[in-house]
Design a protein around this ligand. Sequence first.
Ligand code: IMP
Ligand code: MG
Length: 175
Amino acid sequence: MADHHIEVMISEEEVNRRIRELGEQISRDYAGRQIHLICVLRGGSFFMCELAKRITVPVSLDFMSVSSYGGDTKSSGVVKIVKDLDDSIRDKEVLVVEDIIDSGRTLSYLMAMLQDRGPKSLHLCTLLDKPDRRVVDVDVDYTGFRIPDEFVVGYGLDYDQKYRNLPYIGVVKFD
Ligand code: IMP
Ligand code: MG
């Protein structure tokens, strides 16, 4: 890893406040229904846990893992299912929870694949969105923060598997 340091982009308080708002909004939108949350591992895990705690309608959880990045900060364009869901999503109200949408390649592939499995509804919630980097169009229903084109870490996001545990969103600055 090149010499680098981390600068705070979005503080812990701001992230927590926004997740609380998203939880309230989602709870209103899904009033009277049950949500099946799908966490995209590993980056989505911190966000999913915090978001789930703020949702007041009944929730069930499942996890899947796809890979599109190596130990690099650039997209390889290759999307591979590393771990599939445990449960069927047929007739469920599915909400996919992702850490960040960058090129959009991962999510457009994933959402199409999930749609084919016959959910009752399928929506997408992302903590972060880098719209400037979009290559493939993705319909995002809930966005925590729109951020500029910078490589970020923390709250589940990594740089070469490090920094996922930071309680804030940080920018990687190369020295
Ligand atoms: P996409 O297919 O280009 O949208 O890539 C999405 C995935 O790339 C995310 O789920 C992250 O795992 C990873 N990624 C994209 N941008 C960043 C970043 O700034 N920091 C850490 N991981 C990122
Ligand atoms: Mg990810």
